[in-house]
Design a binder for this molecule. Sequence first.
Ligand code: ZN
Length: 480
Amino acid sequence: MSLYLKYRPQNLKTIVGQDHIVTTLRNALVHNALTHAYLFSGPRGTGKTSFARILAKAINCKNLVDGVEPCNTCESCTSILAGRMVDLIEIDAASNRGIDEMRELKEKIQFSPTQGKAKVYIIDEVHMLTKEAFNALLKTLEEPPAHAFFILATTEVHKIPETILSRCQQFSFRRIGEEDIVQRLGEIAHAEGIQTEPDALTLIARISNGGLRDAIGLLEQMTIDKAILYKDVIDHLGITGPILTQAFYQALLNKDARTAIELIGQVNGMGQNLAQFTREMIAFLREQMLVGLNAKRDVGSLVRLIEIFSEAKLLLSQAAIPQLPLEIAVIKACGFEIELSKAKPEKAAEAPAKAEKMTEKRLETSDGSYKELTLEEVRQNWKQILDKIETPFIRMSFMDGEPISLEKGGLRIAFKSNTLMEKVANTMNQSEIHKAFNQIFNTKVILKLELKKVTLEPMVAPKKEESSAVVDMAKEVFGG
Ligand SMILES: [Zn+2]
């Protein structure tokens, strides 16, 4: 079963982001004041059909909770849940456009309900009905029998004839807010044991544009090995436009040069105009700068970014490699300005190597001894382990990591910086770390390195301080 179906709301209180409708219908149910025809309109995936089924259950439930909520356990509720309630008639107007269906409806509606208290007709995509079918429906809506309720749903309310509209109580479903979607995705991921990066969920919420069904579908598609990573979402979606700009800006905020450069590669690879992308990026930064100015925030770093990308823009047309000026701009923006004269030899060999997201490296001990370690011991001794690492740049790189769990599979260490994680992943550097562990614990440890994503910051407030410690350290160590 898809996650969307599995986590579909089954009562009013679990409906996300449509509080205005829930409140009104709750009152109508409490006061036994339901009307016979409702029209649910709004964008796809905002919960119209789910809501219609909940309402159908509430109308027929033999054991309402608090006078409004379907119990989901009585005979009527369970048969609706199982899709075999004869008095709930669902018509998909997209495939049943004909007048025959409406005629049949008109004839059968006169018969009393056989199983429940009332007959409920849900007509989905109702705007697809033909003119004749609408006319037949209208006749029924004009004089519905007391035992019949209609819930019409549509994404295109402007295509519904005025005569039908005037017979219905209309509810507009809203696009669901980003925060609500992120929260719901988080709950589902938690229930499914899926590891999440907050940025990944925010990005999915943004892309799905207020449609929770799409958002849950994306969550399902992009989960790999019970984890959902920001980078995978970007890779999957081939993101463009404002979302791309924001993702790019976010990467700069995170000092995540690798993701930013990958995004540039994506723009270039999709045959999109790099100059256009740069213009959009500069316009976006300017907007952030103006917002920051109005809020009396320090906009120095934004001005610097605008300068960096304006410079890149000028160089684009004459660049030997089309994307190179932008890549250099990213390096500058992420604070890794390198003076070649000071660079250490090992720096030269460090091309932006493709590291795996999760790198597993085994640290062998000389005598192969093994001891059961606990995460607590590792944490308590973390400073000592760092002190034992002799080469400064390996030590500094490893300092960026944080031990997060220790299981049979190994010690998981989360890094804030890609660049530093890659340093640690390097085999030659690992042997030094292994030595440090061995000196402290006399044991071998499997290291599982992974990238930790920084929580999405408000777009208007790039905070430099947060990641500058690591960058300063990197500069010091790598001679920046
Ligand atoms: Zn019930």
